[in-house]
Design a protein around this ligand. Structure first.
Ligand SMILES: Nc1ncnc2c1ncn2[C@@H]1O[C@H](COP(=O)(O)OP(=O)(O)OP(=O)(O)O)[C@@H](O)[C@H]1O
Length: 740
């Protein structure tokens, strides 16, 4: 099922003039409706008007663009009407285990907050309070009908994305950390780490929590809206329906997006401009995601903004409703057209209409129901959902046709009043997802069956049981089919993944490991040099040379050492140096363990810094190539982490003695491994963004290491330097600021 898109045109403000109205819902002129109000054709026209929006071409006022959506609501539509038509029908699906996402999209000042939150009076209440009211009503009914056997629990979390940072709206602004809360992927769903979830046993509780939280939301006055939302606000209402052993969880997400702003019109100051840039960027990424999905591109840039990551449009299961808010007047002309184009693409996005699996208490139950495939659905544009092309008049028709053949296809179509073409209502009318003609046995929510039959009689119970059995059999057969298909897809995916990983690994081994190896030779050379083992030092420098062929300092060092050794008649006896293959441990025989431990304990950290300084050029290169690979690297690194642990590391972990970390290093690693953004950002040279990136990186490593019960840990400075966004220089900086 595709995303349901409805448009709502707000009424005129007192300061706006009727004369400037350019956005008109409906495909017939209002005059025509006035004349023949009661005629059958006018009634049909009124129906059709529900799905079309007309707006003139900004370059040619005589030409009208027409956009078609699932429904269109004019300025006279009340909050109650909108809720009943669009949101109320989703409530029963929510209770049947479907997730529901409702979001308002539009330019600033078009009525998103009015639609989602609404006013204080009963009739002005928006979608959110009405949705909660409906949820509590249904919960009470379920509990009453089941005589207490079913229990419904409502939990709520509420957060905002402000300047691309996530903040808990249950926390007052003064308690916020600069970096905000990190995001994490959890089995295909994006979750906010550390978000408060409050139980809301009654509507009253909800209202007081919601009102309180809204005072924490970032709003400001702009020229276009006295209470402009400066953030995207996301309310998640978790519904936990427990019936005996069975628990079903579903989530209703209501999202009030911040509005895009044309800063030539807002006359925003510096602070508002920063917010505005962030709002516009995230909305731009959202538009790019929608475009990429509709063009069936393989890469959807969800991760480029926190909002798109959370919204995951087209990847989320359940039902998705987008309310497109529009201002009716000319001053919004271009913005309105751009919003209409965005909505036009969005309506083609398909979402998987799958209810959440129930969970069972107690010992694991054998079930013949195969669980829903966890991989995300392929995204397909809905070919049937195209706008209706309506030529302006008969004379122009043939002419236009010729021109149209030459023109590239438009995302919207030109409309004429004279020849209304009936929209494909059948393809657009929204039917209950449980009643769709497409065979989808999963939609026959089997949890519903006993509930409807148990009241009749005992024999009705038996019938229900038989029906349930039959449905389960069908489901099992279907699931078997699905799982075969799924298996094949997985195998194919695995093969592709494997190939990509191999390429990645080859790249890493061929370039970055080589550099790491080069650096380790340099480190070894420094150590030999420090112990006045010049011959070994020379050999090490020479081994490092191929990795840094353009390093002048290194060349000079080699030349100097050669000269020094040539001038010495008898070289002193040296320790044995074994050089196994690339990427393996360099083992050195040294005098005594005691001496070795002491010398390295004193030296390890300084050595690290020295070699870092001396070969800063390489380090930067190395770091650069490292960051270039970004996330893939983190994944590959985690894969290789066990190998890495034994490699000569930049912290000097060569040989036993070097495995001892200095207190400073240990402190630094403890701070990093605490994953406390607040603490990490206090490290020298680490800002809030970097701290957040480090924590994100650790979280990503957890995901890669999903099989491990333990959280991923950074165990050495070298490992730390390999994290995304962290280089050797940063590590050195961090370390130098740590107190011992
Ligand atoms: N359908 C409507 N009926 C009555 N008033 C409306 C309607 N839609 C919007 N308004 C009024 O228009 C003004 C702006 O609306 P609102 O704050 O909801 O806009 P917004 O799109 O959320 O703006 P921003 O993106 O800047 O937060 C408010 O005063 C609101 O009451």
């Amino acid at each position: 099922m595709s995303v349901r898109v409805v448009a709502r045109v707000r009424p005129l403000w007192k300061t706006e003039r009727e004369l400037d109205v350019i956005v008109r819902p409906g495909n017939v002129s209002t005059d025509a409706l006035k004349v023949k109000k009661d005629s059958p054709s006018a009634k049909a026209a009124v129906k059709e008007r529900d799905t079309l929006i007309r707006i003139p071409n900004p370059k040619n006022e005589g030409e009208q663009y027409t956009f078609q959506f699932n429904a269109v609501y004019g300025g006279e539509t009340t909050q109650q009407e909108l809720f009943e038509a669009e949101v109320a029908p989703t409530v029963k699906h929510l209770f049947n285990g479907f997730d529901v996402t409702i979001f308002a999209y539009g330019v600033t000042g078009t009525g998103k907050t009015h639609t989602m939150r609404g006013g204080k009076s009963l009739q002005d209440r928006g979608v959110i309070p009405r949705l909660l009211s409906a949820i509590y009503r249904r919960s009470r009914k379920i509990e009453k009908d089941s005589e207490g056997a079913s229990k419904v629990e409502v939990l709520m979390s509420y957060y905002e994305i402000y300047n691309d940072k996530v903040f808990d709206l249950f926390e007052p602004p003064e308690k916020r950390t600069l970096a905000g809360l990190p995001l994490r992927d959890n089995h295909g769903k994006t979750v906010v780490v550390g978000l408060t979830e409050r139980p809301c046993p009654s509507l009253k509780d909800f209202e007081s929590l919601y009102d309180q939280a809204n005072t924490n939301r970032s709003t400001s006055a702009t020229k276009l809206n006295a209470h402009s939302s400066r953030s995207h606000a996301i309310l998640c209402v978790k519904l936990v329906v427990t019936n005996g052993e069975k628990t079903r969880v579903s989530i209703a997400s209501a999202i009030d997006l911040a509005g895009s702003e044309d800063n030539r019109r807002t006359e925003n100051g510096k602070e508002r401009m920063v917010e505005s840039a962030s709002i516009n960027k995230s909305l731009f990424v959202l538009a790019q995601c929608v475009e990429a999905i509709s063009k069936k591109q393989s890469r959807i840039p969800y991760r480029e903004s926190k909002m798109t990551r959370i919204l995951s449009l087209g990847q989320n299961n359940g039902l998705t409703l987008m309310i497109l808010n529009l201002a009716p007047i000319r001053s919004y002309h271009l913005d309105t057209i751009s919003s209409l184009n965005f909505a036009n693409r969005t309506k083609k996005i398909e979402v998987r209409e799958v209810e959440n699996e129930p969970m069972f208490k107690g010992p694991p139950r054998s079930t013949r129901l195969a669980s829903a495939p966890s991989q995300r659905q392929p995204l397909r544009p809905l070919i049937a959902s195209v706008n209706v092309n309506m030529p302006v008049n008969d004379e122009k028709k043939a002419e236009d046709k010729k021109v149209d053949e030459k023109k590239p296809a438009k995302a919207f179509f030109v409309y004429s009043d004279k020849q209304p073409v009936k929209p494909h209502r059948t393809s657009l009318r929204r039917s209950s997802p449980l009643k769709q003609s497409t065979p989808n046995v999963r939609r026959q929510s089997y949890s519903k069956l006993p509930k409807e039959t148990e009241k009749i009689s005992v024999s009705a119970d038996t019938i229900a049981e038989m029906v349930e059995k039959k449905v389960e059999q069908m489901l099992a057969a279907r699931a078997l089919d699905d799982s075969h298909q799924h298996q094949a897809q997985l195998e194919q995916m695995n093969e592709q993944m494997q190939r990509r990983l191999e390429v990645l690994e080859r790249r890493i081994e061929g370039t970055e490991d080589a550099r790491a190896e080069g650096l380790s030779y340099l480190l070894m050379a420094k150590q030999h040099h420090g112990r006045k083992e010049f011959s070994s030092a020379l050999r090490m420098y020479k081994l490092a040379l191929p990795f840094f062929p353009r390093n002048q300092k290194l060349a000079i060092k080699i030349a100097n050492l050669e000269e020094k050794l040539q001038s010495k008649p008898k070289p002193q006896p040296e320790p044995t140096v074994t050089l196994p293959g690339r990427g393996s441990i360099l083992s050195i025989s040294r005098p005594t363990k005691m001496a070795r431990t002491n010398s390295f304990r004193d030296m390890s950290d300084d050595e690290y810094q020295e070699s870092d300084n001396e070969f800063a050029g390489e380090d930067e290169d190395y770091t650069g190539s490292f960051t270039g690979l970004k996330r893939k690297r983190a994944v590959a690194d985690t894969k290789r982490s066990s190998l890495f642990d034994h490699q000569p590391s930049l912290s000097g972990s060569v040989g036993d003695g070097l495995l001892t970390q200095s207190p400073r290093t240990a402190n630094l690693l403890a701070i990093i491994n605490s994953r406390d953004v607040g603490q990490i950002k206090l490290l020298k040279g680490v800002g809030a963004k970097k701290a957040e990136a480090i924590v994100d990186c650790l979280c990503e490593m957890d995901i890669v290491n999903e099989s491990s019960a333990e959280q991923a840990q950074v165990r050495s400075l070298a490992e730390l330097s390999r994290l995304k966004g962290v280089g050797l220089k940063t590590v050195q900086n961090m370390r130098s600021g740590v107190l011992v």
